[in-house]
Write a protein that binds this ligand. Structure first.
Ligand code: ZN
Length: 510
């Protein structure tokens, strides 16, 4: 009677069932007993009858037990449901789970009973004191009094949740289905940064029923965070973000195993943090953190979904094992602080909200192996104009990380794409045609007046067919040097050399 679902016409004996789940590796055991109550919906009940469509019900029950074992990593579980006629106080359904730790045992026990109540075809007929009787909707069985028993540690029974997680609206998708849902339940995602990007990413992944969600963030909640992090509450300012997020996510979906890491991810701890996860979602506004995670994910061979936001602009990129990485794209990693963060530059809440939501979407596509994944591409969103640019990313032969990972570069070294100048005068005097690829709005806010420049916003340059005027060499400039570098790489890949990028952008010129 281990790892099974059974029906019984005889009274259930919990002690024998409990003994069958004992295991020397287990420190926690939790069980649930549903008893026949003497009233329901205001009517006095004398006895009950249970009927089941047995073949189907046993199959579904065993599927639920298997899901609980896989999802919560428990050792053993079982469920017995009575059939036939039962008197008041009799044991109608019993669930038990044993696990290395109490937390998994409780979660698994709760998951099984909730899923059994909603998915297993069992019908209940109530016989009332007045002499009549009626078949009762299965789901109302969930209002039976619960009884939880702790194993090594006693625990107060949690308030009974109104329903088990219901993923029907996503598993109805042909590409997801029951198999995809089970796959999500067995998956583990690490969210690095619980702020404007992390909040929507973690909320959607928890709602989707991911098996384990790790949260990394050392910060305390501040009032200025709330306009872009609406998972939190004003009264919680000063508390640890990972703890607050974990509370909210467990309330959103108790089936998710939420783990918290109140630390700042760096080169020393990154490998340990990513080790237990299948996909990493990078949600910080810190370049050093992004690079440390980039390096750890390449070494561990794990995919990472990166996003960043600057004012109205967002960038989205996935680093896949063997594919181009952040260092391939930004060889001289943009110095921290040069690309403004939200504190310095200001941001509308829905901008990181949009990017964080896309991160959750891409993580789900990765885990479910859906088509249309973002590969070898940097997506740049201008959320003011709603322009989207797509830039092909390529493995750089100079990238030190791929060398470390033991890969061979796919093509030969080329000269540096990034150039440094003291001023645009200097560049112009050296014979470069200067192309300002910022959006027109940015150009209007901060025009370049010192030298004549050719103005072509990046999207028009790359996708609008805008032609560059004839020149022997070009210097692309943007606000901080990131877009111009990406655009220069793209144009070179299309055979448009010699095209260069101003390192650090206009910001570096002071
Ligand atoms: Zn690389």
């Amino acid at each position: 009677m281990v790892n099974t679902f059974q029906f019984s016409l005889e009274p259930i004996d919990p002690s024998a069932l409990r003994a069958a789940l004992a295991n020397p590796a287990c420190g926690g055991y939790a069980s649930f007993e549903g008893w026949v109550r003497d009233c329901n919906a205001g009517r006095e009940v004398r006895r009950l009858e249970y009927e089941a469509f047995e073949a189907l019900a046993v199959k579904e029950g065993e599927r639920i037990i298997a899901e609980a074992i896989e999802r919560f990593g428990i050792a053993r579980a079982a469920c017995v449901h009575r059939l036939g006629t039962l008197g008041i106080g009799e044991l109608a359904v019993w669930v038990g789970a044993s696990a290395p730790h109490r937390h998994e045992a409780f979660l698994a026990c709760r998951y099984i009973i909730d899923a059994v109540k909603h998915r297993v075809p069992v019908w209940k007929k109530e016989h009332y004191r007045e002499g009549d009787s009626g078949w009762v909707n299965c789901e109302r069985c969930a209002s039976e009094a619960p009884e939880m028993h702790g194993g090594t540690e006693a625990h107060a029974p949690p308030a009974l949740a109104p329903a088990a997680p219901d993923y029907s609206r996503q598993s109805a998708l042909r590409e997801v289905g029951a198999a995809g849902q089970a796959r999500l339940g067995a998956s583990r995602a690490l969210i690095v940064g619980c702020g404007g990007l992390g909040v929507p990413a973690m909320s959607y992944l928890a709602g989707a029923g991911i098996g384990r969600l790790g949260l990394v963030d050392a910060d305390l909640l501040e009032a200025s965070n709330l306009h872009r992090q609406p998972l939190y509450a004003l009264r919680d300012c000063g508390r640890q973000k990972v703890e607050l997020a974990a509370e909210r996510l467990r309330a959103l979906n108790p089936a998710v195993d939420v783990r918290t890491y109140p630390v700042r991810l760096d080169a020393d701890n990154a490998a340990g943090l990513v080790a237990d996860y299948d996909v990493i979602i990078e949600c910080t506004d810190n370049i050093a953190t992004k690079l440390a995670l980039n390096d750890a994910c390449i070494r561990a061979g794990k995919p990472a979904v990166f996003a960043s936001v600057y004012q109205y602009e967002g960038q989205l990129q996935i680093v896949q094992p063997g594919g181009p990485c952040l260092r391939c794209l930004w060889p001289e990693a943009v110095r921290d602080g040069l690309v403004g963060n939200c504190a310095a530059a200001g941001v509308l809440g829905p901008v990181p909200g949009t990017l964080g939501t896309l991160q959750a979407l891409e993580a789900l596509k990765l885990l479910l192996d859906l088509p249309g994944q973002l590969t070898e591409t940097l997506l740049i969103f201008d959320l003011l104009t709603l322009n989207i640019s797509r830039i092909r990313t390529r493995r750089s032969p100079q990238c030190p990380r791929h060398a470390l990972a033991g890969d061979r570069a796919p093509f030969a070294a080329n000269e540096s794409v990034e150039l440094e100048f003291e001023s645009l005068h200097e560049a112009s005097a050296a014979g470069y045609l200067i192309v300002d690829i910022r959006e027109r709005r940015e150009q209007a806010l901060r025009p370049v007046a010192e030298v004549p420049v050719h103005s072509i916003p990046m999207n028009e340059l790359l996708h609008g067919g805008a032609a560059l005027p004839p020149a022997s060499k070009y210097l692309l400039v943007c606000a901080a040097g990131a877009r111009s570098l990406a655009a220069a790489h793209e144009l070179r890949a299309r055979g448009r050399a010699p095209i260069f990028s101003l390192r650090g952008g206009l910001a570096a010129l002071g």
